[in-house]
Design a protein around this ligand. Structure first.
Ligand code: GLN
Length: 492
């Protein structure tokens, strides 16, 4: 079935004209019709528009006009936090009402220029705040491996859609783990690029110093292809860095001239990541993965990231502070929904009271508090200092190792409702992913095994140097070829 193909498999068949983009898109739409009632990865999708885009791609193929379009005819969907011209944009929230985006995010513009069929809005925790996709105003998304469980979050719709073969690839955003953690829990590949690698123009901001956009794919090669399309400098995002964009996919040669493929690669194993809440089966899978890396020629070195313990607390000060400022714009005047009031202040209060969900309100209150006069220095300023220490831990480690290996999440997917009354437990599920955003480095999650009963995916995380995506992708690709966990399909 075409919907099960990876990007590289599909593009090869499209190029030979063995299949059409219309057939590929139709196959995904059929799959969505069959399974998305249960999974609910999509908030909405416009089938007629997707098929029209596919027909346009097929015309380019028949005119022989496919050169320079690495994603021509490939169906891709995006998280509901990215602007796509003439499509709804809700951020998993009620507060945007019937807002329709007047323009394309840079990453969407790039996907379209590469020939992708961009369709559908993928479910997410409201404003990307959460780890389970239970905080969506549009209902929960279910894990394709066990529909009584969460898919992870906040980009749970993106992960579930790719894992359930509803689409070839998806985009999400990652502020503290929102690409890597759901990728791990759904059994796909999720890449958070270095801060500055990918333009955020057209991404609705959660925490501006932490947010990055990245791909969800079925294998590592596809992640490399997607990053090659969406990455690069953009004058419309002043935080995007004018660094040359490597040809990531071409770097995955799959062979090495002198011996084992990862010979010479130094992988760091942080001793601080052996925490109490780490599930025994997850630990065993990660230990086995480390052995596999050794077999592939990598050298494993124990390292220390001494400030790891402070990461979650630091993140929840900085992220909420920035969120409280970013979300001030949703006041019922300019965007989306409005609840009238006798005066502007009453209008703001009523609109925000009715429009935001509980978790978003909790974050705004927390963020406003840590920024308030008298507490700013004690919390916010201090958190910024600890953030520097965390970044320095990594920069120091990267003097001796090329990448760091950890679990992506301390447990596999938990049950829907299991942690929703306990924000702290929920926050702790990001313990391995948060430091990467605080440090501004890159990270990838890829499948590394399964829990036995029930069968649930386990994710392995590799963290890399700033702009070290090439190394991460090469290491991940070698591991993937040596194991093939990514070939397993959920029992849908
Ligand atoms: N789960 C984390 C949070 O709730 C991270 C979310 C994200 O990366 N967007 O903030």
């Amino acid at each position: 079935m075409l919907n099960q193909l990876t990007i590289s498999e599909l593009t090869a068949r499209l190029a030979k004209r063995e299949v059409s983009s219309r057939e590929a898109v139709q196959s995904c739409l059929d799959r969505i019709a069959r399974v998305d009632g249960e999974i609910h990865a999509f908030i909405s999708h416009n089938d007629a528009d997707a098929l029209a885009q596919a027909d346009a791609a097929d015309q380019l193929f028949s005119r022989g006009d496919s050169a320079g379009r690495p994603l021509l005819g490939v169906p891709v969907a995006v998280k509901d936090v990215l602007a796509v011209k003439n499509q709804p944009l809700n951020c998993g929230s009620k507060i945007l009402g019937r807002f329709v985006s007047p323009y394309d995010a840079t990453v969407v513009e790039k996907l379209k220029a590469a020939g992708a069929i961009v369709f559908g809005r993928l479910n997410m925790d409201e404003f990307a705040m959460g780890s389970s996709t239970e905080n969506s105003a549009f209902g929960v998304t279910r894990n394709p491996w066990d529909t009584t469980r969460i898919p992870g979050g906040s980009s749970g719709g993106s992960a579930a859609a790719v894992a359930a073969d509803e689409v070839m690839a998806a985009l999400g955003s990652d502020t503290g783990g929102s690409i890597r953690q759901p990728a791990a829990l759904c059994g796909c590949v999720g890449l958070k690029p270095t801060y500055g690698r990918v333009s955020r123009y057209g991404l609705v901001a959660f925490a501006s110093s932490l947010d990055q956009i990245g791909p969800f794919t079925k294998d590592v090669r596809d992640a490399a292809t997607m990053l090659g399309v969406i990455g690069g400098h953009d004058p419309r995002d002043s935080t995007s860095v004018p660094q040359p964009l490597p040809d990531y996919a071409a770097a995955l040669t799959g062979s090495s001239p002198d011996g084992p493929i990862l010979k010479g690669l130094k992988l760091g194993l942080p001793k601080e990541y052996l925490i109490g809440g780490l599930d025994a089966e997850v630990k065993a899978a990660v230990d086995a993965a480390v052995k596999k890396f050794q077999e592939l020629g990598a050298e494993i070195i124990e390292i220390s990231l001494p400030h790891t313990d402070y990461a979650v607390a630091t993140y929840y000060i900085i992220a909420t502070a920035e969120a409280s400022a970013n979300l001030a714009r949703f006041d019922g005047i300019r965007y989306g929904a409005r609840v009238e009031g006798a005066d502007p202040v009453e209008l703001y209060g009523r609109t925000r009271g009715a429009g935001f969900g509980t978790e978003v309100k909790r974050r705004i209150i927390l963020g406003t508090y840590v920024l308030s006069s008298g507490y700013h220095d004690a919390y916010y300023l201090r958190a910024q200092k600890v953030r520097t220490l965390i970044r320095n831990d990594f920069l120091k480690a990267f003097k001796t190792v090329d990448a760091v290996v950890t679990p992506t999440s301390p447990t596999a997917a938990f049950k829907i409702g299991e942690k929703s009354d306990d924000p702290l437990q929920m926050y702790l599920s990001d313990i391995f992913t948060i430091s990467c955003n605080l440090a501004g480095i890159c990270g990838i999650s890829l499948p590394c095994g399964f829990m036995k009963n029930p069968k649930l995916p386990i994710g392995l995380q590799l963290l890399g140097k700033p702009f070290g995506e090439e190394t991460l992708l090469q290491a991940a690709h070698a591991y993937e070829r040596g194991t093939n966990w990514h070939r397993e399909k959920p029992p849908l």
